[in-house]
Design a protein around this ligand. Sequence first.
Ligand code: PEP
Length: 251
Amino acid sequence: MRRKLAAGNWKMNGTGEALTALEAIAGAHPAATVDLLICPPATLLYRAAQAVSGSRVRIGGQDCHAANAGAHTGDISASMLADAGASAVILGHSERRADHGETDAQVCDKARAALDAGLIAIICIGETLAQREAGQTLDVVCAQLAGSVPDGIDGSRVVIAYEPVWAIGTGLVPTLEQIAEVHDTLRQQLIGRFGSETAEAIRLLYGGSVKPGNAAEIFAVSNVDGALVGGASLTAADFSPIVTALEQAAG
Ligand code: PEP
């Protein structure tokens, strides 16, 4: 059985005082029955890891470089994230693909580096609104999946986050049928490439305007193993009900 995962992406939000929110999230779920992950900005990683030490919350990065070390000013390697206390890293988020021109091949190299450093790789894929309206959604996400996930993986250390670009930070959410169609297709693609055992271990998260009010219905969709949450992960008041909904879906 895949263990469900509620992951929060704080993006470029939070300085030291945000650790209070992190502690509140950890304090609200001392015996969580699902995996909890918060990905703060890199500047907070070490303090965040210290703040949640001994709790059920794990800490993740939002990107890493594909190389382990070297002349890459401003970048952070996967082993540095691990050294700071991270146990996972988000890769290929649509904001990085858009802002930094990241390609599937680059995301794949980063994922390899993350896995080699002992991190869980959360690989993001998703279509734009124009691609959805053109009926290209499944082609787009399958191509991103094929190009962004490395060969020879341990499925339990890879997470795929389906995040329609048009649903991120907009309040718009696909229909439950649309989410199911994509997640079922992704599972079948993974089975075809990696075989059932590996593919069934890979968690598929939905991301894009997940809120306390819509989490339960999204978590009831087939092949949804949790969520990658942006805005609603910044406070315990918003994130905690999402965690509780996921625990209820896990049964
Ligand atoms: C995200 O940034 O990955 C995300 C899903 O954001 P939001 O929940 O704010 O739409």
